[in-house]
Design a protein around this ligand. Structure first.
Ligand code: UT7
Length: 335
């Protein structure tokens, strides 16, 4: 007997970014940097800053409400909530549980997933497994970050790069050959120190000394992460195509993690894709980590750039080190 495994597709998407805009010109007044340097090295022009009373779960909740409305799904129908984040409201409870409560999703299980900026793609891969196994019918996956709260605003090599935001998708079973066709998840923990927030966990518990030494801020070796990112994008995209038995010529649209326009353009070039078929918003939001892929996806859908039947690749990389690729044959649930 043939065992039919049904994979999942995205039934709705939503996003939210805080109102407060911080431009490169405003940063020029705060530290020794320039709009010219930031634009030419990263492609970023401005980013959003969460308010003092706005936490990661608040952003995730707003994006999730929009995704559920877009999918026409009620909170009670949600079986599972996964929030991918590197900046949870607190160490515990999970941010996903705060979102569950805010939504009133009383039939849902909820947990967070930590995989650096790749977390959203990892979470989609996990959701797909729950749906394929029949353990869940409707899964809400959110990527949400308030990274500007853990940046050292005196460190120009990191503070100009990141921004706050959230994006969410509702995933349901896809018909026949549609939905997620292949996933590649990668990790290399030997590179963990290249991008980390050292203190506040069990290795280096919070103390007056850790605060004084600035150990609660994000630390990054940008040059090394850049080299890794270029390789990771190629591997993530290439591997999902290979696993699905497709080639670069089959790719209709790319939704890459938004860290640096130079990394995105390099990936597009390697995939022979013109930039019209690549989602880009790093110029307006900076690197929003786990939120970058769903925010970019929502924008591409709103602009009519992704159509029913298109092969869409998502690729990402980040702290861990981690990287991932995910290939979807798009299914339009509203048709
Ligand atoms: O989600 C994953 C997270 N991270 C990433 O994806 C980051 C990947 N890396 C990058 O995007 C790039 O490496 C950066 C944008 C972070 C940096 O660009 P780069 O071309 O690799 O520059 P660099 O680090 O090699 O620095 C070049 C110079 C240095 O000066 P010297 O040593 O050549 O005199 C820096 O001190 O630029 C200087 N610099 C700055 N100058 C003005 C570093 N940050 C700034 C700044 N403004 N904000």
């Amino acid at each position: 007997m043939k065992c039919e495994i049904k994979h999942s597709a995205i039934a709705g998407v939503g996003s939210y970014v805080p109102e407060n805009v911080l431009t490169n010109f405003a940063l020029e007044k705060m530290l020794d940097t320039s709009d010219e340097w930031i634009c030419s090295r990263s492609g970023i022009r401005e980013r959003r800053l969460s308010a003092a009373d706005e936490a990661t779960s608040d952003l995730a909740l707003k994006a999730s409400v929009r995704a559920l409305a877009n999918a026409g799904v009620s909170p009670e129908e949600v079986d599972l909530i996964i929030v991918a984040t590197n900046t949870p409201d607190m160490l515990f409870p999970a941010t996903a549980c705060l979102v569950q409560d805010g939504l009133g999703a009383k039939n849902a299980g909820a947990f967070d997933l930590l995989a650096g900026c790749t977390g959203f793609i990892y979470a989609m891969a996990v959701a797909d497994q729950f749906i394929a196994a029949g353990t869940a019918r409707t899964v809400l996956v959110a990527g949400s970050e308030t990274l500007t709260k853990v940046l050292n605003w005196q460190d120009r090599s990191t503070c100009v790069l990141f921004g706050d935001g959230a994006g969410a998708v509702v995933m349901k079973q896809a018909p026949e050959d549609r939905g997620i066709l292949a996933v590649k998840l990668g990790s290399d923990g030997s590179g963990g120190k290249l991008l980390q927030l050292p203190a506040g966990g069990s290795r280096m518990p919070a103390s007056a000394q850790t605060v004084a030494e600035g150990m609660h801020f994000l630390q990054m070796n940008g040059r090394e992460v850049f080299k890794f990112a270029v390789r990771a994008m190629e591997d993530g995209a290439g591997e999902v195509l290979r696993r699905a038995g497709l080639t670069l010529a089959d790719v209709d649209f790319l939704v890459p993690h938004q860290a640096n326009i130079r990394i995105i353009e390099h990936a597009a070039k390697k995939m022979n894709l013109p930039m019209e078929r690549v989602a880009v918003n790093v110029d307006r939001y900076g690197n929003t980590s786990t939120a970058s892929v769903p925010i970019a996806l929502e924008e591409a859908l709103a602009a009519g750039k992704i159509k029913d039947g298109d092969h869409v690749i998502m690729v990402g990389f980040g702290a861990g080190l981690t990287w991932a690729g995910l290939l979807i044959k798009w299914y339009n649930f509203s048709q």
